[in-house]
Design a protein around this ligand. Structure first.
Ligand SMILES: *[C@@H]1O[C@H](CO)[C@@H](O)[C@H](O)[C@H]1NC(C)=O
Ligand SMILES: *[C@@H]1O[C@H](CO)[C@@H](O)[C@H](O)[C@H]1NC(C)=O
Ligand SMILES: *[C@@H]1O[C@H](CO)[C@@H](O)[C@H](O)[C@H]1NC(C)=O
Ligand SMILES: *[C@@H]1O[C@H](CO)[C@@H](O)[C@H](O)[C@H]1NC(C)=O
Length: 425
């Protein structure tokens, strides 16, 4: 009995929300089967999941750390081991950051006489397997990097034509994740170059996360879902406001294609690397979480400031990213000078919504979100939780919600519809 009542209540919430739920959400949601067509399509997911890669990974976006944004080629096995230690000692591992990912420059410049990749002996005096064993002993996972071309971007050997040898070697070392870049591609279409590595990884029998780094050139959202667990949608991020905002907008375009099993990847986090302000980094992290982007930390986690740690350890923002519904949030409204007062939003499990108010102007301002923008009836009463303040800021918002947002700041909230007000028409 109690269960039926709860289901009925949930069904009512969903009905009053009239949130755009489309094929995927409808079919996966037990309470929605009786609903008619979605009323709006702001949260359209109809392009998702046509042919997802079936390796069982990426139910939620991947979380971890990667060496490139901070260290570039200046890597060592000591850095990877100390990073694993730091992920544990800071508590970041417990929050979900599990992958320790080696980027470019890890190998010798030539293959050995048997045509195999060889770890650079200066960088990995103990070998990659020893580092994998160490990382695994901490309960974490190790990622590596290669390229769907003749060379990597830093001109180490690439894997094109060596997919089976390289995948087998990675698996023998205990690798859990491969980032696969796009340099020296011989002008062969990515749709031809990326599947052989998928098949080679699969053939190893080891479950390995496959991260495509094709830079969004051939619109991978349209074809990569059956090939990889995530696909880059843009060129490399740079540690500045201009780059971060541009990339957010480019990645937004592909929202309807993301979902459990395969995610749009607007590149790794720059939080903590010094090129943006505190508020800009908070916006970066908030929007990446809302967009269901991979959360791959790109700073030196052995030496973070308190502000950096505060941002990347925000459990409530991480929970938005890892929400099991797995629908990418998106820009739903922009107004003001050059459209720089922005509302980004997306549906979450439990009939909730994530809503971000992002001030991309260079002056502090107030930003308002109207319920209509979110697909809510204006009479719906909503409780509003502020994920940076970690508190409920309203129990009974109706029709709209307004907040003051700092220059380049982003306030992010969870909206929980409570009921329709009695004066509802
Ligand atoms: C290989 O692919 C098949 C088909 O998608 C899948 O069922 C299996 O789990 C994959 N194995 C690995 C190790 O990824
Ligand atoms: C490279 O890394 C070492 C040790 O981690 C550090 O001492 C050195 O300053 C780094 N060099 C550059 C150019 O960043
Ligand atoms: C190959 O890489 C270059 C950049 O090095 C890029 O401009 C080009 O679009 C890529 N071609 C294909 C077919 O992926
Ligand atoms: C730690 O980071 C600060 C900047 O936040 C930097 O000045 C310092 O050199 C770093 N220390 C180490 C050991 O890398």
């Amino acid at each position: 009995m109690a269960k039926i009542t709860a289901n009925f209540a949930t069904a009512c919430y969903l009905y009053v929300m009239s949130v755009a739920v489309t094929a995927r959400v409808l079919s996966e949601h037990p309470y929605l089967s009786g609903l008619e067509k979605p009323i709006t399509n702001i949260f359209d997911t109809s392009n998702y999941g046509i042919l997802q890669l079936g390796n069982g990974l990426a139910k939620t976006p991947q979380m971890g750390w990667n060496s490139w944004n901070f260290f570039a080629c200046n890597i060592s096995e000591k850095v990877f081991k100390e990073t694993a230690d730091a992920l544990i000692s800071t508590g970041l591992a417990k929050l979900g950051y599990e992958y320790v990912n080696i980027d470019d420059c890890w190998s010798e410049l030539v293959r050995d006489s048997e045509g195999q990749l060889v770890p650079d002996s200066g960088i990995f005096p103990s070998g990659v397997k020893a580092v994998a064993d160490y990382v695994h002993s901490k309960g974490l996972k190790l990622g590596i990097y290669s390229d769907a071309g003749t060379f990597t971007c830093q001109v180490h050997p690439g894997s094109l034509g060596h997919e089976h040898d390289d995948a087998a070697r990675f698996a023998s070392w205990g690798i859990d994740y491969l980032k696969y870049d796009n340099c020296f591609n011989l002008s062969i279409k990515p749709e031809e170059r990326y599947p052989p590595m998928r098949d080679a990884l699969n053939a190893t029998g080891r479950t390995i996360f496959y991260s495509l780094c094709e830079w969004g050139l051939n619109d991978p959202a349209l074809w990569a879902g059956k090939i990889g667990n995530s696909w880059r949608t843009t060129d490399d991020i740079k540690d500045n406001w201009e780059s971060m905002t541009t990339i957010a907008d480019l990645n937004d375009k592909w929202a309807a294609y993301a979902g459990p099993g395969g995610w749009n990847d607007p590149d790794m986090l720059e939080v903590g690397n010094g090129g943006m302000t505190y508020h800009e980094y908070r916006a970066h992290f908030s929007i990446w979480a809302l967009m269901k982007a991979p959360l791959l930390i790109g700073c030196d986690v052995r030496n973070m400031t308190a502000e950096t740690f505060e941002i990347i350890s925000n459990e409530e923002v991480i929970a938005v990213n890892q929400d099991p519904l797995g629908v990418q949030g998106r820009k739903v409204y922009a107004y003001g000078p050059d459209g720089c007062y922005q509302v980004w939003a997306g549906p979450l499990s439990g009939s909730r919504l994530v809503v971000a108010l992002w001030n991309r102007c260079s002056k502090i301002t107030t930003i308002t979100v109207n319920w209509a923008t979110l697909g809510l009836k204006s009479s719906t009463i909503v409780s509003v939780r502020d994920l940076w303040k970690h508190e409920l800021v309203s129990l009974d918002s109706v029709s709209s919600f307004t907040a003051t947002v700092d220059t380049h700041g982003c306030e992010i909230y969870v909206f929980t519809p409570v009921k329709v007000s009695s004066s509802s028409s």
